[in-house]
Design a protein around this ligand. Structure first.
Ligand code: FRU
Length: 543
């Protein structure tokens, strides 16, 4: 049967919700069962997880024909999602971090400097605070502070990405913008996962045309959990780095290479030297700081000896080397962020050569926080500059953030609450051992930072907040004499840069709108300076 006939029987192009092409078959899922015509025997109709699916033998149907149907589904998906780009009113909404207008945001994607502008995309599910069929939203900026909405760049419309245009990176090449991402497909009641690595291209940097899968098969010994392509040009060729899981459920990095970004050859898996180190590694990144090479990834299933730290989704950075035979060697590694919410970061080289990173301020699996009452969840982190100094990876807020500073205020914090009048501020202080600082405080709620001298840890404690899911305590061992803090607060988040950026702790914190006080509940009165921070341009289409 031709694809055109199948679509007619399914009620016409506008009635097609998804198109799937598992081996030897074509399947279409429909919006409205009542529009489906009388079906011949060559078509099987089946309800899969509430969705009527019609399947038939693939026969002569080509990839190009399938993609034409995908384009029409994409148009419908964009129209459907458009209204969800309007932001809801919410006092939890950050003033200068990127948050979804509605629905759920997770990983930053395709972060790149291209033809004089910064491009950033994010994983988005428009319709609820749920992890479902992901879209890519496209933002652009000239100054790395004010982000302008461009489009819903990619939707889960095709046979190779019907259940999610998953994460990936961008390449600026031949004047165009190339996006590489993982196509996520689920087949049948069992939701069997089918994974391909896909490419989309926009000559104008705006209108992306999907090219389809550039890698269709799994490498030997790897499960369908292989995703999040990162592209790097090194040793005169392109490398593609993927997060992967082996068939014996170990996290690894899979590496491919290519001459032209389109044809890819599999090299091998890396990471044996760390084993055992989690059941899956997600979202790899690869970059240089000074003359050293680094790899970042998100190992899952890592246990921590601190009983308060129960979340297995982590972040790591490793110094590594690339030898002449194109092999990667992991040398030494660290946690990038010791807070609650830092995952799936991506970095980019800015026009002036700085390495800037942005992460997801959220965690996989978590879907219930107070902002869900306002129709949205999660956000992206502040841009951080990463640099290599004295054998350490250090981080500082990107200098552009200073653009948002109001006038500097100097105060002394003591045990009387001081109202800052805002929750969007940059604070600087030295916290002495034995002190406890409460932030975003009112009579019922607060967040605590405790310099616990006995345990030798800085404790970030958010148990006295409106949190609904996730750990409430993070403890960071520190050996320094005092603890120098730069704290970025933005309505429902804190990013704490410690001792000149040697460590960072990031967390979302939900307290009521009037919880704008700061207070030192134990310890000597402490001098502090702060800058109220103004709002950046909201990254939504309406403004
Ligand atoms: C990480 C992640 C990625 C995947 C994406 C899907 O948060 O699980 O591995 O590509 O989210 O939204």
């Amino acid at each position: 049967m031709s694809l055109i006939d199948l679509i007619e029987l399914a009620g016409g192009e506008t009635n097609i919700r998804r198109i799937l092409a598992p081996k030897g078959e074509v399947i279409v899922a429909v919006h409205n069962d009542e529009l489906v015509r009388r079906l011949p025997e060559s078509i099987t109709a089946q309800t899969v997880l509430g969705e009527l699916q019609l399947s038939t033998a693939r026969g002569e149907v080509t990839d190009e024909e399938l993609q034409t149907v995908g384009e029409s589904i994409a148009q419908h998906q964009r129209e459907q999602a458009e209204p969800y780009l309007q932001p809801t009113e919410s006092h939890y909404r950050p003033q200068w971090h990127i948050s979804p207008p509605q629905g759920l945001v997770n990983d930053p994607n395709g972060f790149i400097y291209h033809k004089g502008e910064y491009h950033l995309f994010y994983q988005w599910y428009p319709y609820a605070c749920e992890h479902k069929d992901k879209h890519w939203v496209h933002l652009k900026s000239q100054d790395l502070i004010n982000w302008h909405h461009q489009s819903i760049a990619l939707t889960p419309s095709d046979w190779f990405d019907s259940h999610g245009v998953f994460s990936g990176h961008a390449v600026s090449q031949d004047d165009g913008l190339w996006l590489f991402y993982t196509g996520n497909v689920r087949i049948g009641e069992q939701r069997d996962r089918q994974t391909t690595q896909c490419m989309a291209f926009a000559a104008d940097g705006l209108n992306f045309k999907k090219h389809g899968p550039v890698i269709r098969e799994l490498p030997p010994g790897v499960t369908e959990h292989i995703r999040d392509p990162k592209l790097v040009f090194a040793n005169d060729k392109w490398f593609m780095l993927l997060g992967a899981q082996t068939t014996d459920l170990q996290g690894r990095l899979a590496v491919y290479h290519s001459e032209d970004l389109v044809h890819w050859t599999y090299d091998r898996l890396y990471g044996d030297e760390l084993a055992p180190f989690g059941y899956m590694w997600e979202c790899p990144d690869w970059f240089k700081l000074a003359n050293e090479q680094f790899i970042v990834f998100g190992p899952q299933g890592i246990e921590d000896s601190n009983p308060n730290h129960t979340i297995g989704h982590q972040n790591r950075i490793f110094r590594m080397s690339l030898d002449q035979d194109d092999a990667l060697h992991l040398i030494e590694g660290w946690q990038l962020d010791a807070g609650f919410d830092f995952y799936a970061p991506q970095s980019m080289e800015a026009a002036d050569g700085r390495r800037l990173m942005i992460g997801w301020m959220g965690l996989p699996d978590e879907v219930n926080q107070p902002s869900c009452d306002h129709g949205w969840i999660h956000q992206l982190t502040t841009l951080r500059e990463l640099y290599w100094q004295d054998g350490k990876v250090k981080q500082r807020p990107a200098k552009e953030l200073a653009e948002l500073r109001g006038d500097k205020v100097n105060i002394t914090v003591n045990n009387k609450a001081i109202d800052l009048g805002t929750k969007s501020v940059e604070l600087h202080l030295n916290l002495a051992w034995g002190s406890e600082l409460q932030l975003m405080q009112n009579s019922d709620y607060h967040v605590s930072l405790v310099a616990d001298a006995e345990k030798g840890v800085l404790r970030f404690d958010r148990h006295q907040t409106e949190i609904r899911e996730g750990d409430v305590i993070r403890e960071l061992p520190l050996e320094s004499d005092t603890i120098a803090l730069t704290i970025l607060a933005d309505n429902s988040s804190l990013e704490i840069f410690i001792n000149d950026g040697e460590k960072v702790m990031t967390g979302r914190v939900f307290t009521p709108q009037d919880a704008t006080n700061i207070r030192l509940v134990s310890g000597e009165p402490t001098p502090m300076s702060y800058y109220p921070l103004k709002a950046a341009r909201a990254p939504y289409p309406s403004v």
